[in-house]
Ligand binder design. Structure first.
Ligand code: PLP
Length: 444
């Protein structure tokens, strides 16, 4: 009997004992293609020799040194690299142990920034429905997923939620992208007007929405409008790229495709590729300067921040991605994946949408393509597909539809950046069988 209080202890999970390239291997020797990168984490696949070597070297040098006493070469080098490659204006890095911690830190940075600037009345956070920013209380408050929030209400930080930018679900049939971008952004403008711009700290959004809605990219110019609204009211823009960042969408940062700069940006998952737990906040020079000229430092900290093993792993992962030009493969294989999904599911009566960027793709499943009506979430189509996929030797990341019918079940794909064309074909073939198995079960 397991003593682990993890998500699925009730059902017996396979025991992972090995990993090689894009595959994981269980105790029985069965292999699974990691087409979801776990949860969009394993960007380099498993067992990469360069990362293993870097971790061995770091372990032989120093495994842990508390940041209250020391800095380390690994943490310094990672910070240097992240800033060299960051969108202009981001000047400093705050290293943490994962995505939720990064979001918590970013929210607190935004709050402290305004306190230092003598604007303590700013206390409202605005985020979007159909979003996920993590499971710690602050990050949960920012997230706009009612299923996750409901039983923890009232949340400690009161957050206001506005419309997402979700073309498949909310763009009118004859509405242009430009009109839809303006309408979606107006939802933020209206909320700011209601709260008073001078009272708002930050707007938080995933650049490309991940697990909650399924690889949903913004329409063109949406973020330009968001940036303009934030600037007009002095509101900070926090982009959460924990899932969509670090190369997943074909550029190192998803925001590079939007032509704007955030004030704060969170990254995690693909930063360390799963070789170590790590996350980071990249912050603008103005935020750093407000701390430096104010109380002197950001009032925060965790025991494992800047952990040298985590920093060494992340540095090695990022070096391999650059050396092997893997972002070019993300773009090329992303197109292949999109084309294969379209060939397989483009006319499928229960696939309403095929979307995403780079190697961050999803299909949305619907009971009726014409009306876009989702399946009844209690049928748990997503869980059935996941189970069938695991039987096929395929890891995908299916999420359930929402109770309020805001979207259908979807299957998220986020394979490692080293995936080949043949492997993409195998992923789509196995996925097609798993989707059919799931649909047959609910029809029975
Ligand atoms: N933000 C986004 C966009 C995420 O997708 C996630 C995790 O899925 C998080 C934050 C939280 O990250 P973590 O699970 O590492 O705490």
């Amino acid at each position: 009997m397991t003593r682990l209080l993890h998500r699925q202890t009730a059902s017996a999970l396979p025991v992972a004992v090995g990993g090689e390239g894009i595959e994981l291997i269980d105790k029985t020797g069965k292999r699974y293609i990691d087409a979801s990168g776990g949860a969009a984490v394993s960007c380099l696949g498993h067992g990469h020799p360069d990362v293993r070597a870097a971790l061995h070297r770091q372990l032989d040098q120093i495994a842990y040194a508390h940041t209250g006493f020391f800095t380390t070469d690994a943490a310094e080098a990672l910070a240097e690299r992240l800033i060299n490659d960051a969108p202009e204006g981001l000047s400093h890095v705050y290293l943490v142990s994962g995505g939720s911690e990064a979001v918590e830190a970013a929210l607190k940075m935004a709050r402290q920034y305004f306190v230092e600037k003598g604007e303590p009345q700013r206390r409202h956070i605005i985020a979007r429905r159909q979003s996920y920013h993590g499971n710690t209380l602050g990050a949960l408050a920012a997230g706009g997923n009612e299923w996750r929030r409901r039983q923890f209400q009232p949340l400690l930080i009161e957050t206001h939620h506005v419309d997402p930018c979700f073309a498949y679900r909310h763009q009118g049939p004859t509405e242009s992208d430009a009109d839809y971008a303006a309408r979606a952004a107006r939802s933020l403008e209206d909320k700011v007007a209601e709260l008073g711009g001078e009272n708002v700290i930050a707007f938080v959004a995933e650049t490309v929405v991940g697990a909650t809605a399924g690889a949903v990219p913004p329409v063109a110019d949406y973020f330009k409008r968001i940036r303009e609204i934030c600037d007009r009211h002095g509101i900070l823009l926090i982009l959460d790229e924990v899932m969509c960042g670090m190369g997943r969408t074909g550029t190192l940062h998803a925001v590079e495709q939007e032509g704007i700069r955030p004030d704060l940006m969170t990254v995690a998952k693909g930063l360390g590729g799963g070789y170590q737990p790590i996350g980071a906040v990249l912050l603008g020079g103005h935020i750093h300067d407000a701390f430096a000229q104010g109380s002197g430092f950001f009032q925060h900290g965790h025991t494992y921040m800047g952990h040298p093993m985590a920093a060494a792993a992340a540095l090695a992962v990022q070096q391999v991605i650059a050396r092997d030009n893997l972002l070019a493969n993300v773009r090329a294989m992303g197109t292949v994946l999109h084309d294969r999904l379209t060939a397989q599911f483009g006319n499928h009566p229960n696939v309403g949408d095929i979307r995403g960027r780079g190697l961050f793709r999803a299909i949305e499943l619907v009971a009726d393509r014409g009306t876009k009506a989702p399946f009844d979430p209690t049928l748990k189509l997503n869980a059935r597909i996941k189970k069938a996929a695991m039987a096929e030797g395929l890891m995908v990341y299916p999420m359930g539809g929402t109770i309020d019918g805001a979207r259908g079940d979807h299957v998220l794909l986020a394979p490692p950046f080293i995936v080949t064309e043949d492997q993409v074909g195998t992923i789509v073939d196995r996925l097609a069988r798993a989707v059919e198995a799931g649909l047959q079960e609910i029809a029975a």
